[in-house]
Design a protein around this ligand. Structure first.
Ligand code: SAH
Ligand code: DHB
Ligand code: MG
Length: 225
């Protein structure tokens, strides 16, 4: 068991190289983010490419991201949106993170199709309407985990039948399966999962993710009605 993080890191590195998942723009984004002191909590390149492929497959033209950090995941989402002639709106609490993300997005050549909006994401989401791209075709929720359920509630209101909502960090090193956990992040994720339980408006699954940095997971939710 203790060998799994090491193996996961080797496997990630193998696929990143074999599938050319880390180009200059993505490498530069990670380097600039580290230099600026941002925490290394971005999705992995393999996970980012999954987001891109999901958004591409959905034909997403209007994409909402909750939690920008340095814009690493945003670059993948923007590449998918660009293929459909669309746009990304990414919400971030911290101006310092948004500033790094804007530089990374410019270097990746996607600045003109991404807006990074600064503020508490729930407040930003409450103010969103058609002028901002709602209803969205694809939503990626990846901000503070204790608020994930509320982000999901509002994402549903900003969706249409067929919208795909992806939620990061639903595994929490296994802690999500601990009904006795008092960790606010775990409680936030579990409250989100209760929104899915028996909900006829959605079809949903959760996939565990394992990488060099963590054992976690993505929830995938298709809005039905
Ligand atoms: N999606 C990014 C990682 C996001 S990390 C990637 O994979 O590359 C989570 C981000 O959410 C951090 O930048 C953090 O500042 C931001 N965040 C935390 N609380 C928030 C809030 N209340 N509103 C908006 N963003 C928030
Ligand atoms: C954290 C946040 C994330 O979005 C993530 O993917 C991993 C860790 C965190 O806040 O620790
Ligand atoms: Mg995350």
């Amino acid at each position: 068991m203790s060998d799994i993080p090491r193996l996961a890191g080797l496997v990630d590195a193998y696929f990143e190289e074999a599938l050319s998942l880390r180009d200059d723009a993505l490498e530069g984004a990670l380097r600039r983010s580290a230099e600026a002191g941002l925490p290394p909590i971005n999705v992995s390149a393999c996970q980012g490419k999954l987001l891109e492929l999901l958004a591409l497959t959905a034909g997403a033209r209007s994409v909402l991201e909750v939690g920008t950090l340095g814009g690493f995941s945003t670059i993948f989402l923007a590449r998918a949106a660009r293929a459909a002639g669309g746009r990304v709106l990414s919400l971030e609490l911290k101006e310092a993170h948004a500033a790094v993300a804007r530089m990374n997005l410019a270097d990746a050549g996607v600045a003109e199709l991404v807006e990074v909006r600064v503020g508490p994401a729930l407040e930003s989401m409450m103010a969103l309407g058609p002028a901002d791209g709602a209803p969205f075709d694809f939503v990626f929720i990846d901000a503070d985990k204790q608020t994930t359920a509320e982000y999901f509630d509002r994402a549903l209101e900003l969706s249409r039948p067929g919208t795909l909502i992806v939620v990061d960090n639903v595994g929490r090193e296994g802690a999500v399966a601990d009904a006795a956990s008092t960790d606010p992040s775990v409680l936030g994720i579990r409250r989100f999962v209760e929104r899915l339980r028996g909900n006829p408006r959605v079809a949903a699954t959760a996939i565990q993710t394992i990488g060099a940095k963590s054992h976690d997971g993505f929830a995938l939710v298709r809005v039905l009605s």
